[in-house]
Design a protein around this ligand. Structure first.
Ligand SMILES: C[S@@+](CC[C@H](N)C(=O)[O-])C[C@H]1O[C@@H](n2cnc3c(N)ncnc32)[C@H](O)[C@@H]1O
Length: 231
């Protein structure tokens, strides 16, 4: 009976995640690491690369605007956005653990009416997601093997500006990236991190009717904002 129950629960959980990669991400970004990161966020505040991303986001008038934060983690972008006058946030994350701690934070801070959450691989659930004024993806493209499909779905939901961070390219970054992936292989986790081509990412976004607004670096991350110009 217990085996049947556990089989059913596993399958309910994987309904919104068809990609084995995201199932691995759910295990890697587990409740324990989410709680650890939330503790750090409460003690030390927003991390450096995320602050740079927020600087680009807050170049815009966000008053009364909506934000879609894909792979929001503990929600640092969302809490800053609401604090600065944003109207609402939606966090879509493939990790049960991170969503749980982010939801708890929203409750503790009376943000439940403004901060919404959705579990799943964004590629699988994007049909359920409305358009938003702003879209953010902070260190998320590097979690996905086929970044183009993830980014394409994200761009389709963006009315105004998308701000993203992703790893600097180059051989050294790729070599450094190899170590955690080898560890994932050893512990038989299907999650891997990826160093996609920065040049291709930029061109991909431009080809979909966006233009570069600002480009920054917060080592080892590119932090960039793009405005929608067409469609
Ligand atoms: C490296 S963490 C970054 C978290 C947060 N944005 C930050 O910068 O602290 C990547 C997050 O993206 C989520 N994620 C990865 N791929 C995803 C996908 N395809 N759809 C939704 N969430 C995804 C993971 O579950 C994880 O919470």
């Amino acid at each position: 009976m217990q085996a049947i129950l556990s089989f059913c629960i596993q399958n309910i959980n994987s309904i919104k995640m068809t990609c084995i990669h995201c199932c691995g991400a759910d295990k890697f970004f587990d409740l324990k690491s989410a709680q650890k990161e939330m503790k750090k966020f409460k003690r030390k505040g927003t991390r450096k690369a995320t602050k740079k991303l927020l600087d680009l986001l807050f170049d815009k008038n966000i008053e009364n605007k909506s934000l879609l934060d894909i792979g929001g983690g503990v929600g640092a972008i969302q809490w800053n956005f609401l604090e600065k006058g944003g109207k609402s946030t939606l966090d879509v994350d493939a990790s049960h653990g991170y969503l749980k701690v982010a939801r708890e934070y929203a409750k503790e801070n009376d943000q439940e009416d403004k901060a919404k959450f959705l579990f799943g691989d964004f590629v699988d659930v994007s049909d359920e997601v409305e358009h938003h004024d702003f879209v953010t993806m902070d260190k998320v493209l590097c979690c996905y093997p086929d970044y183009k499909i993830l980014l394409d779905n994200a761009l389709k939901k963006c009315n105004n500006t998308i701000v993203i961070s992703y790893p600097l390219g180059g051989l050294i970054t790729k070599l450094v990236n190899y170590l955690p992936n080898f560890y994932m292989y050893l512990i038989r986790n299907t999650y891997r991190s990826y160093v996609h081509s920065p040049r291709e990412i930029e061109q991909f976004i431009i080809d979909r009717g966006f233009k570069v607004v600002k480009k920054n670096i917060s080592f080892p991350w590119h932090v960039q904002s793009y405005n929608k110009v067409a469609g």
